[in-house]
Ligand binder design. Structure first.
Ligand code: ATP
Length: 356
C-alpha cells in the first residue's frame, strides 16, 4: 500500500462538488503532482490531506493509518504554502525550529536538526535574519526547511514556486526535486504549471472539474492521453472532431479525410489528436492546404495552416536559409503529412461534459 492513500475522497461546498471521489496512492519516496486548470479541485484535495478541509466523503491514510478525522498537527505531514506563511517576527532559525518546539523536541536536538535543515536548503549563515530581510527565493527555502525539519512521512507542496520569477523557478524546481529524491520524501505537489509537473514529478494526476482524468508518467500523458482534455492540457495538440470512416481513415467534421492510427471499430463520434511537431509541412503548388500564418520562434517555427475547413497548428525546427519552406507566405498552398500512427483516436467527450 502507498505511504499516502486517498480513498474515494470527496468534498462538497454546499451544493457544489469541489472534489469527486478521488482515489490515489503515493508510494514511499515518490513525488506525485496534482495538475489541472484553476478550480479543478487540486488545492482542496491537498488541504484534505493536510487536514485543513474536512472531507465530505472518503478517507485519507498516511503510513497505513486512517487520519481522516485527525487535526493537521497530528498527521505527520510537512506543508509548504504558496505564500510561505513564515512568522514575520521570528528569525529564520526560530521559524524552522517552530514545529520541533510544538512537538516538544529538546533544545540540543532541536538546534542540531534546525542546523541540518538549513544546511539542506543552503541557508547557513542566515539563521538570525527576519523573513523580510530575505529574498523571495530564500524565504521559499526557509518554508522548505520548516516543513523538512519535522521529518514528515508525507511532504505537501502547494504551488511552491508561483511567487518566484521565471529564472529562479527553474533553479528551485531542480533543487526541490534533488532534495526530494535524496531524502526519499513521499511528496504530493499541487501546481497548475504543466512544465513544473512534468519536470518534477514521478507521476502526474490530471484533474478537471473535481475528477481525476488520468494518472501516469509524463510520457504516458503526453504520448498516450486518455481523452481530449488530457491531450489538450498536457502539451499542445490539434484536436479534430469527426468519426472513423474506415480503419485508418478519419473524416473530420469539415469533411476532409485524414490518415490516422488503425483505432477501434469505425463509427461513432471521436476526436483525432495530432501533436503539432508530428505534422510535416512543405511548399506546394497545388497542395490541398493553405498557410494562414507563420511565426518564427528562433529554433522552431510555428505554422497555422488550414486543410479544407480544418485548422491545424504545425511546429517544426526552423528551416535553413536555403530551404524553400523559409520563404512561404500566408495564403500559399502547402502540403501537410504525418505518420498515421501519430494521429491517435480519442473518445469524444460526452455531451454533458462539454463546454463549461
Ligand atoms: P486554483 O488553481 O485556482 O487554486 P484549484 O484547482 O486548486 O484551483 P480549488 O481551490 O480546490 O481548485 O477549488 C475547487 C472548487 O471548489 C472551485 O470551484 C472553488 O470555487 C470551490 N471552493 C474551494 N474552496 C471553497 C470554499 N471554502 N467554499 C466554497 N467553495 C469553495
Amino acid at each position: 500500500m502507498g505511504e499516502l492513500v486517498l480513498d474515494a475522497l470527496g468534498k462538497r461546498f454546499g451544493a457544489s462538488v469541489a472534489v469527486e471521489r478521488v482515489d490515489l496512492e503515493v508510494p514511499q519516496g515518490q513525488m506525485v503532482a496534482l495538475l489541472g486548470p484553476s478550480g479543478c479541485g487540486k488545492t482542496t484535495t491537498l488541504r484534505m490531506v493536510a487536514g485543513f478541509v474536512p472531507p465530505s466523503a472518503g478517507r485519507v491514510l498516511i503510513a497505513g493509518k486512517d487520519v481522516t478525522r485527525a487535526p493537521p498537527h497530528a498527521r505527520d505531514t510537512g506543508m509548504v504554502f504558496q505564500s510561505y506563511a513564515l512568522f514575520p517576527h521570528m528569525s529564520v532559525a526560530e521559524n524552522v525550529a517552530f514545529g520541533l518546539e510544538m512537538r516538544r523536541v529538546g533544545r540540543a536536538d532541536r538546534d542540531a536538526r534546525t542546523r541540518e535543515a538549513l544546511r539542506l536548503v543552503r541557508l547557513e549563515g542566515l539563521e538570525d535574519r527576519l523573513p523580510r530581510q530575505l529574498s523571495g527565493g530564500q524565504q521559499q527555502r526557509v518554508a522548505l526547511a520548516r516543513a523538512l525539519v519535522v521529518n514528515p512521512a508525507v511532504f505537501l507542496l502547494d504551488e511552491p514556486l508561483s511567487n518566484l520569477d521565471a529564472k529562479l523557478r527553474g533553479e528551485v524546481r531542480m533543487e526541490i526535486r534533488a532534495l526530494q529524491q535524496r531524502l526519499g520524501l513521499t511528496t504530493l505537489i499541487v501546481t497548475h504549471d504543466q512544465e513544473e509537473a512534468l519536470t518534477m514529478a514521478d507521476r502526474l494526476v490530471v484533474m478537471e472539474r473535481g475528477r481525476v482524468r488520468q494518472v501516469g508518467t509524463a510520457e504516458d500523458l503526453y504520448e498516450r492521453p486518455a481523452d481530449p482534455f488530457v491531450a489538450g492540457f498536457v502539451g499542445r495538440c490539434n484536436l479534430l472532431e469527426g468519426a472513423l470512416e474506415a480503419p485508418g481513415r478519419f473524416r473530420a467534421a469539415g469533411g476532409e479525410v485524414l490518415p490516422c492510427a488503425a483505432g477501434p471499430a469505425p463509427g461513432g463520434r471521436s476526436v483525432l489528436a495530432l501533436r503539432p511537431e508530428h505534422i510535416r509541412i512543405a511548399p506546394s503548388t497545388d497542395g490541398p492546404a493553405r498557410l494562414r500564418a507563420a511565426t518564427y520562434l528562433g529554433a522552431q517555427t510555428e505554422y497555422h495552416a488550414e486543410l479544407g475547413g480544418t485548422p491545424l497548428v504545425v511546429v517544426r525546427p526552423t528551416p535553413g536559409a536555403e530551404d524553400p519552406l523559409r520563404r512561404i507566405l500566408p495564403g500559399d498552398a502547402v502540403s501537410l503529412s504525418w505518420d498515421p500512427s501519430a494521429a491517435r483516436l480519442l473518445p469524444a467527450a460526452p455531451h454533458d461534459e462539454r463546454g463549461a
